[in-house]
Every structure is written in C-alpha cells, then in structure tokens.
Design a protein around this ligand. Sequence first.
Ligand code: FEO
Length: 175
Amino acid sequence: MLSPQVSKALNKQIEVEGFSSQYYLAMASWAETQGLNGVSAFLYHHADEERMHMLKLIKFVNERGGHGVVPALKQPPVTYKSVKSVFEEILKHEMKVTSDINSLVDSTLKEKDYSTHNFLQWYVSEQIEEEALARQIVDKLKLIGDDKGGLYFFDRDLEAMAKTMGTKETEEKKK
Ligand code: FEO
C-alpha cells in the first residue's frame, strides 16, 4: 500500500509526464506546419512515449491501492523560434524532469517504500537516455547553424529515427 506522501508524489509525476506529452505534441504540430515532416514525426512519437510514461505511473499507483489521477490539460506554447530552440527547450525540460524523478526517488527512500523505489529505476534510466538524445540533437543543430541543406538532411535523419523508434517498440511489445 502506498503512503499518502508517496501517492501524492507519484500523482505529481503523472502530471509532469502528462504535460510533457502535451508539450511535445505542440512542438510536433508546429514543426508540421513548418514543413519539417521528420522533426514532427519524431516529436509526435515522443509525445506518445510521454503518454506511455504517464500511463505506466497511473497503473502502478492503482495496483498499489492508490488512485492515479488524470491531470487537467495545460496549454503549451503554440509557436517556436526555430528547430534549434525546440530541442534546446526539450533538453531543458528533460533536465527538470530528471530532477523531479530524483526527488520522487528520494521520497520513496524517506518512506522506506522499496517497491516504488525499484519501479522508479526504469524512469531513472529513461531520463539518462532522453537527456543524452536531446543533447546529441542540440549539438548536431549547433553544427548545422543556418545551413538550409544541413537542416534538410537533419529532418530526413529524424524521420528515419522516428521509424526505428516505432519498430523497436513493436518488437518490445512482441516479447
Ligand atoms: Fe517522461 Fe521525457 O520524461
């Protein structure tokens, strides 16, 4: 059974993951209106992943006798300055999510809730991957600078990446 403190902290994280999904969805929609089909495919996919992060938490809270609450929708920014600024915002956002996950892990230790602590290790690893990927993309965009041809190839790369991400998930579901 979850303690009220851990239950509250997990529900706060449900809200964070829900907002992440909305945020990436807004970025994806903006990128699509800019003709950046690869960037938008990647971000639509990322939005789905964040929804899955939220869902995983809701189910865990319910399984442990709590109640996973579906949060209200907050509107993310509608337009973005550039592709580079989108990925810089993503990196900043993921760094904040990592610190939220760390505080959550901390509260499970304070409450001696080792099963929630164990469950959260998946999120700890996921954050390492997400931050690394965002950092790698920001570095690539710094290299590209204002080169339109470079941006065209970058968009194609992200399209290919979004496709592989989809295939990887289907394979994981089959296991
Ligand atoms: Fe679910 Fe990107 O943090």
